[in-house]
Every structure is written in structure tokens, then in C-alpha cells.
Ligand binder design. Structure first.
Ligand code: KG4
Ligand code: ZN
Length: 336
């Protein structure tokens, strides 16, 4: 079964053709990063317009790269939430028009379910149940994947998402957008033990995350140094901040493993492409004899292949959407 997966929830216009939920025949991605970099972050209105400009070509590219035509496609999967409403509307409207015109089944996909499903593409034998930590620019979710399409959220961020913290700290130390890859690069030249930034815990909710205190601690540190006329070592700040985020993420992940057990732990989302995070998780899982799974970086950041994979399992469970499928910016995981 060939599914065309379409993703446009933030700043990537993406379309992919996925066979039987696991085999990627194409993965076309048009990123808007160079435009948003000018403004230091994603500007929703500009994002919507760029999606409109690009979506037809990106879908055509996805089909061409897979060496198929629309005649070969069996269903259309599309992200309908959560995300920015304008960008989501472009993808859902396009997918609806395409599915209607071609008389194809339409499957609305939850963006986080897409990120989790990137692991099915990377690890061909992976089957639920497993634990997954989804860390992106908009989400930090610790999830028990009970079955395909069935999730229990153990914890989430109560304020900033992990990727958002990377982006805000990068901006504060003058590295620009998107912050994650830039902090990771800078951190390689710095000492992760140079500054002891706090790792916040959320009282009574051990699986929840909080990153705004850490972000404020970095800002206070920078202000303090500036007021004392001392020079800031950006590499040390980047390395120490990254260490604080990574250790909070790994601690939560290991607490979930110790509490719920299981033999497999997966990560997903843009921040999952961070090398320091991947190796810390690998090491912690190895110590417990647990298999650690992560998608390759191209499948961590937003893409259409993960949407095609998720749509396949949703389709098999009987999900079909109508022409009234709408963009839902704050869609909850597992909501129908
Ligand atoms: O999953 P994604 O592409 O979009 C959302 O769904 O949000 O994630 C983007 C986020 C951004 O905040 C970006 O700074 C972060 O992922 N990110 C990283 C890295 N690459 C991307 N964070 C840390 N280290 C990285 N190497
Ligand atoms: Zn994402």
C-alpha cells in the first residue's frame, strides 16, 4: 500500500511516499529556515504563505522521487494538528482537495504520532509496546506507546519545550535560529561542567518537565556577567546548558523505564537529532540492558515520511477522515 504523507505544521513543507508504513520511497522536504532566520524565529504568517507557494512543487517532487504518479497512490495522510493554524490549513486543504479529486481515502495524522512513527521506518522490526520521549520545538512528551495509535502520556513540559529552550538560549548568546544545531556545534568547543545550571523538577509530577527556569538561569548568568563587565564564554554556556537539558531528559526517561519496565526506549522529534542526547540515552539504556532506538536525523526533524508511516497504521485501524477534516492547532495526542 502506497501512502502520500504531507506535513506542513510549522516551517517545513514536506511530502513523502511510504510503502506499507515502513519503506520510504521518497522524502521531499522544503525548509523555510533561511527566511525565518532573518526574524530570529518562525513568523506564522510568512510560514503560511511559503507553504502555499511550495506545496504543489513539493508534492510533485515527492511523487517524482518515488518514481510513481498519483495513479499509484492508495491513500493520502496529512498532519492536521498540533501546530500553527495557517500552516496546518495549507496542508489539510491541499490533502483534502487531492483526495477528493482522486477519490482516495484521507487520513488525518497527529504530528506527535508522526514523530513517534519515524521509529517504525528506521527500525523495521519495532512493534509496540515501547516507551518514547518526543522532544521537539513545540513538545516534550514522555509517552507509553501501548499499541499502534494507542498512547498514554506519562509526562510533558509544564512550560517551554526542550527545543524551544535551545532556541531561546541560542538567541540569548547570539547564535541565531534554529538554536538546537547551533548550540550543539558551539557546545563541542566548551566545557559542560563550567557552569552549574539548575535542572528543574516539577513537584508531585515526577514525569513532567520544566525548562523555563533553566532558560532564566542562563539569561541571569549572561546579565550578571555583563553587569560585572566580564566576558562570556559562549561555548561554555552552550555546553553547560546542553548538559542540563540532556540530563533532565535522560533522568525522566530512566525514571519511566524503572517505573514501567519494558525492553525498548525510543526518542523522536527535532531535539532527538542532538548527538549529546543520543549518546547519553544510548549509554543509560545500555546500562539497563534496554534497547535504545532513534530515527536518523533526517527523520527526527519534520518530514512527510513519518506522516505516511503513522497514516498507514491509522488506516489499518480503520481511520478515514471526511472533507470536513479541519486544522486543530492544539490537538491532543490520542484525540479523535
Ligand atoms: O520536530 P521539529 O523539526 O519541529 C517541531 O515539531 O517543533 O523540531 C524543531 C526543534 C527546534 O527547536 C530545533 O532547535 C530543535 O528541534 N533541534 C535541535 C537539534 N536539531 C533541531 N535541538 C538540539 N540539538 C539539535 N541538534
Ligand atoms: Zn515536529
Amino acid at each position: 500500500m502506497l501512502i502520500l504523507g504531507i506535513e506542513s505544521s510549522c516551517d517545513e513543507t514536506a511530502a513523502a511516499v511510504v510503502k506499507d508504513g515502513r519503506t520510504v520511497l521518497s522524502n521531499a522536504i522544503s525548509t523555510q529556515i533561511p527566511i525565518h532566520t532573518l526574524y530570529g524565529g518562525v513568523v506564522p504568517e510568512i510560514a503560511s504563505r511559503k507553504h502555499i507557494e511550495r506545496i504543489s512543487q513539493v508534492v510533485a517532487e515527492g511523487l517524482k522521487e518515488a518514481n510513481v504518479t498519483l495513479d499509484d497512490i492508495d491513500a493520502v495522510g496529512v498532519t492536521y494538528g498540533p501546530g500553527l493554524v495557517g500552516p496546518l490549513l495549507v496542508g489539510t486543504s491541499f490533502a483534502k482537495a487531492l483526495a477528493f479529486g482522486r477519490d482516495l481515502p484521507l487520513i488525518g495524522v497527529h504530528h506527535i504520532e508522526g514523530h513517534i512513527s519515524a521509529n517504525y521506518i528506521e527500525h523495521k522490526d519495532l512493534e509496540p509496546p515501547f516507551l518514547c520521549l518526543v522532544v521537539s520545538g513545540g513538545h516534550t512528551h514522555l509517552v507509553r506507546v501501548l499499541d499502534y495509535g494507542s498512547y498514554e502520556i506519562l509526562g510533558r513540559t509544564v512550560d517551554d519545550a526542550a527545543g524551544e529552550a535551545f532556541d531561546k538560549v541560542a538567541r540569548a548568546i547570539g547564535l541565531g535560529y534554529p538554536g538546537g544545531p547551533k548550540i550543539e556545534k558551539k557546545a563541542k568547543e566548551g566545557n559542560p561542567d563550567a557552569i552549574d545550571f539548575p535542572r528543574a523538577k516539577v513537584s508531585d509530577h515526577p514525569f513532567d518537565f520544566s525548562f523555563s527556569g533553566l532558560k532564566s538561569a542562563v539569561l541571569n548568568y549572561l546579565n550578571g556577567m555583563q553587569m560585572r563587565g566580564q566576558k562570556v564564554n559562549e561555548a561554555d554556556v552552550a555546553a553547560s546548558f546542553q548538559k542540563a537539558v540532556v540530563s533532565a531528559l535522560v533522568e525522566h526517561a530512566m525514571l519511566a523505564l524503572d517505573t514501567y519496565g519494558g525492553s525498548k526506549f525510543a526518542i523522536a522529534g527535532g531535539v532527538a537529532s542532538n548527538g549529546a542526547f543520543r549518546s547519553a540515552m544510548q549509554e543509560a539504556c545500555e546500562k539497563r540492558g534496554v534497547e535504545f532506538l532513534c530515527p536518523s536525523p533526517i527523520l527526527c526533524t519534520d518530514n512527510g515520511a513519518m506522516i505516511g508511516a503513522a497514516a498507514y497504521y491509522d488506516f489499518k485501524k480503520g481511520r478515514r477522515d471526511g472533507w470536513n477534516l479541519n486544522a486543530i492547532p492544539n490537538l491532543a495526542l490520542g484525540e479523535r
